[in-house]
Design a protein around this ligand. Sequence first.
Ligand SMILES: N[C@@H](CCC(=O)N[C@@H](CS)C(=O)NCC(=O)O)C(=O)O
Length: 221
Amino acid sequence: MTAPVLYGADYSAYVRIVRLVLIEKGVDHRLQPIDIFSQDGVPGSYRDLHPFGKIPALDHDGFVLYETSAITRYVDEAFDGPPLQPTDVRRRAVMNQVIGIADSYLYPDLVWGIYVETVERAARGSPVDQERLAHAVSRASHDLGIVAGFVDESRWMAGPDISLADFHLAPMVGYLLKAPVGPELLAMHPRLAAWWHALCERASMVQLLNGPGEEERFSAE
Ligand SMILES: N[C@@H](CCC(=O)N[C@@H](CS)C(=O)NCC(=O)O)C(=O)O
């Protein structure tokens, strides 16, 4: 079997989720850059891999998969390395629930509503849409409280062992923390802040946070 190829951009929150999981599993892989925000749009050939034109997509020996949560579950099950999904059926359901919460509620507000709206716009000299920002901050405050509840009883999102849910949330929280309001929002939830600090001690997080993508930015409107 050949090493999987991950298509995407290293600044992408979703690409980072998959990379964290690949690193945690100890899977050698190659990142094939795809610039979704290029002036010409997504390269036509990439749509053969991902008909919706998003990143990431994974090619493992000709088996092509897109949608991040499908990719991370596949990586966890197809490769050796520490298991990243609880065997207990209810903990596993909670893991899937947190992943769904991250995709549906946290990603739009933490990454686009807060990070892009403040940091990216400031970098481009564009005015911040204060109303949009205020709504995103208000929703994020509520939503972070909800995910904080998952770590109240156990160290990680889906129980005593780290799981795909933790890695799914991590890059989103990472982007939030780059925004001026981010640290304050996280500090409102001490258990979540403790979760974040524990996560940041993992080698995969150190490797990713020090990676080249860390300085790159989302550049879409
Ligand atoms: N549902 C997709 C979402 C992936 C996604 O939104 N990726 C972003 C980059 S972080 C993207 O491709 N954005 C480009 C666009 O929305 O046109 C997944 O789970 O993989």
